[in-house]
Design a protein around this ligand. Sequence first.
Ligand code: ADP
Ligand code: MG
Length: 211
Amino acid sequence: MAKESLSPNECRDMLLAAADKIIEAEPILTDADRALGDGDHGIGMQRGMTAVKGKLEGQDFDSIDKPFTTMGMAMMSSMGGASGAVFGTLFRAGGKALAGAESFGAAQLADFLSAASEGVQTRGGAKPGDKTMVDALVPAAEKAEEMKGGSLPDAMAAVASAAEAGKDASKDMIATMGRAKTLGERSIGHPDAGAVSVSIIFATMSDFVAS
Ligand code: ADP
Ligand code: MG
């Protein structure tokens, strides 16, 4: 049965599913970062998500924001580097916007993504078009805003598609941030590794609320 809204512990389980999928996707993320960066994105995300599992598994949550902020802090403290700060901020800033919410529905998804996308851009300085995970995150946040009056499964599915389309669009962009920027035009043809991670995370969240 599709889920119309999630309790704090259902949010925890959704995030644990995303953590497992990212750990499983390590070879894909490694290859993506090898094409453009230094090849450590898969291992870094795997380390971060293992730390996330350690903090979330078996823990009872009584507010919606806590599973998300706990995930963000675990990533920040375990991953280091650009992606630790950026992905940690996604979940921490997004989660903070959910403080006081009774449950996680389409409106909360929009609030989460709006704060996450703003937080990541403030923290990392990347803008849409710079060929970073922002190119998957910003379209996802815009889609969530559009869908906030509807059902959670519909909103989550649309958000996952928007993130995937953003990841695909990043193939044609020239990197201007991070390690890939030294490649210039040679960065064309490959999707950004962090955008691949974002699209995997939202696809897994969508599968979770649909089932
Ligand atoms: P590092 O760049 O330290 O090797 P990773 O390889 O784990 O870290 O992560 C690289 C990913 O991080 C990139 O693919 C990009 O999506 C994201 N990233 C790097 N710098 C930024 C930034 N300033 N803003 C947003 N995302 C960024
Ligand atoms: Mg790297």
